[in-house]
Design a protein around this ligand. Structure first.
Ligand SMILES: [Cu+2]
Length: 718
C-alpha cells in the first residue's frame, strides 16, 4: 500500500503538468540536387533530413503526418520506448498511412536520449524519410551547447534499381567502387593476401567486402559538407548528438581537434570514454563531447568504412582544421581469422551456463580481450567493482581516470560500460535463442538460420522471461541488428554493467550476445537495419506468445517489398549467341538458356531450380539440342548444382536415358577489367574465354567453344 501511495504521489504532479508537444508534418515528393543531377526524393515538411523532433521526459508527444505521396508510408520511432500501437511498423503494430491519409501518433516520453524517426515502408529511408529525435531530461541542464549530426548515404539511382542490381550481380557495385577483388591485387598484396584469398575460396566464403552499394555521396545533415556556426566564444566544448541514419553505410568518424568523449550510446548514458576514431553502424546513435577553439573551425569527418567517400561537418568559425584521412581499408588483408577475433565475446566453446555465470563475474570475461584486439588501447574507464555501494560513480571521477586511455579506433563495444547495473531480473526464467546470421551474397538473399522472414517469420518468447540472443555471423558482411520496443544488454567484459543498446553490429564471422527483459506485449520487429538486407529476408517478428496479434496480413510487412527478380544475360559473338533469362525469388528459379550459331546448331534448356542452401540447389527441366544436322532430341534432365571449394560451380545431372554428365565452371577476375571464364563437362565439351569489362553491365569478349568455334563479341546483362 505504501508503494502504491508513493507512486501516486510521485506521478500525480507530473501528470498535472505534462505538456503536450505537438508536431504536424507533410510527407511529400521533393526534387533535390546533391551531385549536379536533379533527383526525385521524399521529404518531411520539404526537408531532408526531416525536422528534428524534440520533447522532454514527462511530455506527451503528439505528431501528425499527412501522406501527400501516391504510395503508402509509415513512421517508426527508432529506439524510443513506446506503446506497441505507436511503434509505427505498418501491418504489424500500426496501420500504414495510405496515400492522402493522415496518422497521429501520441505517446508519453518516458526516457531521454538521442534517437531518430524514419519510414518503415519499402526503401523510403534511402529516398530521404528520416529525421532526428532529441529527448531531454525533464529538468535538463542545457549549459552545454549541442547539435544534431545526422549521417546518411545518397544514390542518384532509383532505389528499386539498386536492389535489382544487387540481385542481378553480386559485384555490380564493386566495379563502381573500384573494389573488385581481382587476382592482380591479391598478388600485389603479398603472401597474407594470397593466403586469405585461398582460404576464402576453399571455404567457399568468397572475398571480404565492406559495402554492397556504390553510393554517389555521403551526407551529414543532408549535405556533403556542412557547418556549425553561431557558437558562443565562451564555449569550450560542444555536445554532438550523432545519428547514423544511413540505409546501408557504416562510418568511421573522426574529429580534427582530437579525441571525442562518448557519453551516451543509443540514447543511454555510458561511462565516458575517449576515442580518436569511432565506428558508427547503421541506425546507431552516439552522443559525444568535442572541444572547441575560438577562431578555428574543426572538421568532423565521417568516412564510409569501405573508404569510398566521406562527409564533413565544420564546427566553429575561423581557420579550417581538417580531420586526418582515414586510410582506405585493405580487404585483401582482412582475413577470416581476424574477423573471428573482432567479436565482443567468443561464443564457441562457452556454454550457455558459463555465459549466465558471467553476469556476476564481470572482470573475468574481459581477461581474454587485450590480445584479441591489439588495435585498441583499453582505457579501463573505471575500476570495476561489484560492491553495490560503488555503483553510483561521480562523472568527474570517471573522466579523470579515462584521460590516459584514448581508444585509437573503436570498432566494437568492449569499452562501452553502462552508468548503472543493467543485469536482468535474477528470478526470471532464461530463454536462449541461437541466431546464425546467414546469407548469400551471390544471390543477395539474407536470413537468420538459413531462413528468410517469409519462411520463418516469428521468434516466440513469453512475458517475464530473460531472453538471450546468441548471434553468430556466418557471412562476410557486417549486420546492424535492431530490436524494436526494448533496450537490450550487449554482453561484454563489463558484466553487470554491460551497456544497453537498441542496435548492435555483428561483424563478419563474429559473434555477439544480447539479452533483454521480456517486459512487453504483442509483437516487435527484430531485423538487420541495412535496408537491403532487411528487404531481402533478414527480419523476424519477436512475438509474446500470450498476447501476439500476428496474422497472415503481417506477411505484407515481412515479405520482401518485391519477391520476384529477373535477369537477362546476353552473349553475342560473331560465331554464336547465347541468351539466358531467369526469374527468381529467394528459393525458386525458372531459367531458360538458348544458344545457337547462325546455321546448324542450337541448344535450349528450360529448368526449374530450387535452392536448398547457399551451396546446393536441385533442378529439373528439359534440354533440346540439334548439332550439325544431328537429329533433334528433347530430353528430360535433372540434377544438383553444388558450389565446390575454390568457388567452382558444378552441375551433376542425369538425362532421361540415365546418362550422367558432370559440368564444371567458374569465373576468375584477373584485374579490374580483365577476367577469364571457363566451362568443361564430362562429354568433353568446353567453352573458355577472356573478358574485358567496360562497366557494370558490358564486357568485350573473346571465346572459343567446342560447338561453335572461336569468336569475338560482347556480353551484357540487364
Ligand atoms: Cu545485414
Amino acid at each position: 500500500m505504501n508503494t502504491r501511495f508513493l507512486l501516486i504521489a510521485l506521478f500525480l504532479p507530473a501528470l498535472g503538468t505534462a505538456a503536450v508537444v505537438e508536431y504536424e508534418f507533410d510527407i511529400a515528393v521533393k526534387e533535390v540536387n546533391i551531385t549536379g543531377v536533379p533527383i526525385e526524393a521524399l521529404a518531411i515538411d520539404d526537408q531532408i533530413p526531416a525536422p528534428t523532433v524534440r520533447a522532454a521526459v514527462g511530455d506527451v508527444l503528439r505528431a501528425t503526418f499527412h501522406n501527400r505521396l501516391n504510395v503508402i508510408t509509415s513512421v517508426h520511432w527508432h529506439g524510443i520506448l513506446v506503446p506497441g500501437d505507436q511503434d509505427g511498423v505498418p501491418f504489424l503494430n500500426t496501420q500504414p498511412i495510405e496515400p492522402g491519409a493522415s496518422h497521429t501518433f501520441e505517446f508519453p516520453i518516458i526516457h531521454a536520449g538521442t534517437f531518430w524517426y524514419h519510414s518503415h515502408s519499402d526503401l523510403q529511408v534511402q529516398k530521404g524519410l528520416y529525421g532526428a529525435v532529441v529527448l531531454s531530461e525533464a529538468h535538463a541542464d542545457d549549459s552545454t551547447d549541442e547539435r544534431v549530426v545526422l549521417f546518411s548515404d545518397w544514390t542518384n539511382e532509383r532505389v528499386e534499381s539498386v536492389l535489382g542490381n544487387l540481385k542481378a550481380k553480386d559485384d555490380f557495385y564493386s566495379f563502381k567502387r573500384d573494389t573488385i577483388q581481382s587476382w592482380d591485387r591479391v598478388l600485389g598484396n603479398g603472401a597474407d593476401a594470397i593466403r586469405n584469398r585461398l582460404r576464402g575460396s576453399i571455404s567457399r566464403m568468397g572475398p571480404m567486402d565492406l559495402a554492397d552499394v556504390g553510393y554517389d555521396a555521403f551526407l551529414v545533415n543532408g549535405q556533403r559538407e556542412g557547418s556549425v556556426t553561431d557558437i558562443s566564444t565562451e564555449n569550450k566544448q560542444m555536445k554532438l548528438r550523432m545519428i547514423n541514419g544511413s540505409t546501408s553505410t557504416y562510418y568511421d568518424v573522426e574529429y580534427a581537434a582530437g579525441p571525442m568523449t562518448i557519453i551516451a550510446a543509443d540514447g543511454q548514458d555510458v561511462m565516458p570514454i575517449r576515442v580518436k576514431r569511432l565506428r558508427i553502424s547503421t541506425a546507431e546513435t552516439y552522443d559525444v563531447l568535442v572541444p572547441l577553439n575560438a577562431g578555428q573551425s574543426f572538421e568532423l569527418r565521417a568516412t564510409s568504412i569501405d573508404g569510398s567517400g566521406y562527409s564533413s561537418l565544420f564546427i566553429g568559425e575561423g581557420v579550417k582544421v581538417l580531420a586526418p584521412d582515414v586510410p582506405r581499408p585493405n580487404p585483401f588483408l582482412i582475413s577470416h581469422m581476424d574477423m573471428d577475433m573482432d567479436m565482443d565475446m567468443p561464443m564457441s566453446g562457452s556454454s550457455p551456463m558459463t555465459m549466465h555465470e558471467s553476469h556476476d563475474m564481470s572482470v573475468e570475461v574481459g581477461a581474454q580481450e587485450p590480445n584479441a584486439m591489439p588495435e585498441h588501447v583499453h582505457g579501463d574507464p573505471v575500476a570495476i567493482s561489484t560492491d553495490a555501494g560503488a555503483m553510483v560513480m561521480h562523472e568527474h571521477d570517471a573522466r579523470m581516470q579515462t584521460e590516459e586511455g584514448v581508444i585509437e579506433h573503436m570498432t566494437d563495444y568492449s569499452a562501452l560500460m553502462a552508468t548503472h547495473v543493467t543485469a536482468l531480473p535474477g528470478q526470471q526464467e532464461w530463454r536462449e535463442i541461437e541466431l546464425a546470421l546467414t546469407g548469400n551474397m551471390e544471390r543477395y538473399v539474407w536470413s537468420f538460420n538459413g531462413k528468410t522472414a517469409r519462411e520463418s517469420p516469428q521468434i516466440l518468447i513469453r512475458k517475464g522471461e530473460n531472453v538471450r540472443f546468441l548471434m553468430k555471423n556466418d557471412t562476410m558482411m557486417h549486420h546492424p541488428l535492431h530490436l524494436h520496443g526494448h533496450f537490450f544488454r550487449v554482453v561484454n567484459q563489463h558484466g553487470e554493467r554491460s551497456p544497453l543498446k537498441h542496435t548492435v553490429n555483428v561483424p563478419p564471422m563474429g559473434s555477439v550476445v544480447i539479452e533483454f527483459d521480456a517486459n512487453e506485449e504483442e509483437d516487435w520487429l527484430f531485423h538487420c537495419h541495412n535496408q537491403f538486407h532487411m528487404k531481402t529476408g533478414m527480419n523476424r517478428v519477436v512475438s509474446y506468445e500470450q498476447t501476439s496479434l500476428f496474422t497472415p496480413e503481417i506477411d505484407r510487412l515481412i515479405r520482401p517489398s518485391r519477391r520476384w527478380f529477373d535477369i537477362n544475360n546476353f552473349h553475342a559473338m560473331n560465331s554464336f549467341v547465347d541468351y539466358e533469362f531467369s526469374v527468381f525469388d529467394e528459393r525458386h528459379e525458372f531459367a531458360v538458356e538458348i544458344d545457337a550459331d547462325f546455321a546448324h546448331s542450337y541448344e535450349v534448356h528450360a529448368i526449374y531450380n530450387y535452392y536448398f542452401s547457399r551451396f546446393v540447389s536441385g533442378f529439373a527441366g528439359i534440354e533440346s539440342r540439334e548439332h550439325h544436322h544431328d537429329n533433334t532430341h528433347d530430353i528430360g534432365i535433372a540434377g544438383l548444382n553444388v558450389t565446390l571449394p575454390l568457388l567452382i560451380e558444378s552441375e551433376w545431372r542425369v538425362n532421361d536415358h540415365g546418362r550422367f554428365r558432370l559440368e564444371l565452371q567458374s569465373e576468375i577476375p584477373l584485374t579490374r577489367h580483365f577476367g577469364v571464364d571457363w566451362r568443361w563437362n564430362t562429354d568433353n565439351e568446353y567453352r573458355y574465354g577472356i573478358n574485358y569489362r567496360l562497366n557494370n553491365r558490358w564486357s568485350l569478349t573473346v571465346h572459343t567453344d567446342t560447338e561453335y568455334g572461336e569468336g569475338v563479341g560482347i556480353k551484357f546483362f540487364y
